[in-house]
Design a binder for this molecule. Structure first.
Ligand code: KIV
Ligand code: ZN
Length: 395
């Protein structure tokens, strides 16, 4: 089994996204959960960017005993000094330095020539290495970088002491096949295979998880992810998706150390801390991810969950009722729900209950236009359809 290292950047890239900033207390709480769920690396922030990040990283460094704690740093001595200051008390520590390598970023953002970028890479990775043994180097906008230039930069960073090289798809530009070919090209034409190979994918085209998967199949062994997929613009690869893929598709021959049972809990805590809600159809942690309303699906799932579910929700810490009584539901779901509420189904007119429930959704009693029947309404409808009562009413 190939071990895939999980590098979580919820507290850095995730927190950087609009409206997602977190308090120090929340960052520390989430870091503790990530540490306990056995995330390999926690990017706790960008120490040089503000005092809050610096202080949060310092506190996180003191309390996490399992995960490597890292801070992001630009390729300058000031950022690297502050990053090291923030992580220095961590049991396991890493400095993560980055510089942009695509033509557009070098020219229009950094205002540097490729030669200057090569020199800075050498000097700043060496400088970071003089402070910390574990160094990750990222080629920002790698996927829009000339592949041969990327190979040169990778070799310079490795020769200067980088122990992990990260290949970010910073603007979410690649397709899975392109990313696979890119990783293979870099491996073939540089010293990339002598260090850990990381990927960091953004979701601008909705391909972050697919690209990350493609990269690990093509040789990467570390994935940079966030809880709920939060992150710059359309977000990053989501931790829960990539972990569930590796766990479910045994044929990949891969494994992670993540305790999957904590996934729902950490997802809820990130929602609370950021106020960033999750779309209902989000894989694994969306409220509808394990729910069924259509009668045909309900009939299958009530008999055997595997008819329409490929994952066991409890493995991800999800314990909600998967059968929803909505306007599309059928008799099986009604019976199932009545049994859960301890009604004796033989005493009730199930056909009429189904009709009454469907009518209730389109009646003026459904003042809030809800899509799932409230339990108290369900109980009233069932109770008014007791067979004996009806006979009595008629006579
Ligand atoms: O998206 C990106 O390129 C980044 C790097 C700083 C790793 O977040
Ligand atoms: Zn990013």
């Amino acid at each position: 089994m190939k071990k895939i290292k999980i590098f979580d950047t919820t507290l850095r890239d995730g927190e950087q996204s609009p409206g997602c900033s977190m308090s120090i207390e929340d960052k520390v709480k989430i870091a503790k959960i990530l540490n306990d769920m056995k995330v390999d690396v926690i990017e706790a922030g960008f120490a040089a960017s503000n005092d809050k990040d610096f202080n949060a990283i310092k506190l996180i460094s003191k309390i996490c005993d399992y995960s490597i704690i890292t801070s992001l740093a630009r390729c300058n001595k000031n950022d690297i000094d502050i990053a090291y200051e923030a992580i220095k008390e961590a049991k396991h520590k890493r400095i993560h330095v980055f510089i942009a390598t695509s033509e557009i970023h070098m020219k229009d953002k950094l205002n540097k020539t490729p030669e200057e970028v090569k020199q800075i890479t050498h000097d700043m990775v060496s400088y970071a290495k003089s402070k910390c043994e574990d160094i990750e180097f990222s080629l920002e906008d790698a996927t829009r970088t000339d592949p041969d230039f990327a190979c040169e930069i990778i070799d310079i960073a490795i020769n200067a002491g980088a122990t992990t090289i990260n290949i970010p798809d910073t603007v979410g530009f690649m397709t899975p096949l392109e990313f696979s070919n890119f990783i293979k090209y870099l491996r073939k034409n540089s010293k990339l295979d002598t260090v850990d190979i990381s990927v960091h994918c953004h979701n601008d085209l909705g391909l972050a998880t697919a690209n990350t998967l493609s990269a690990i199949i093509s040789g990467a062994n570390q994935v940079e992810v966030t809880v709920n997929g939060i992150g710059e613009r359309a977000g990053n690869t989501s931790l829960e998706e990539i972990v569930a893929i590796i766990d479910t598709k045994k044929s990949l021959g891969m494994t992670t150390d993540i305790n999957t049972h904590v996934i729902k809990y950490v997802s809820d805590e990130v929602v609370k801390a950021t106020g960033s809600i999750i779309q209902s159809n989000k894989a694994i942690v969306g409220v509808n991810a394990f729910k069924h309303e259509a009668g045909i699906h309900q009939a299958g799932v009530i008999n055997n969950r595997s008819t329409y579910e490929i994952l066991d929700p409890t493995k991800y810490g999800i314990y909600t009722d998967n059968i929803v009584i909505g306007i599309h539901s059928g008799k099986n779901a009604i019976i199932n729900k009545m049994q859960k509420l301890n009604f004796d189904i033989n005493l009730y007119d199930i056909n009429q209950i189904l009709i009454d429930i469907k009518n209730w959704f389109i009646s003026e009693n459904n003042i809030n236009n809800v899509k799932e029947i409230p339990e108290e309404v369900f109980i009233v409808i069932v109770s008014s359809n007791k067979i004996n009562q009806k006979i009595k009413k008629k006579s």
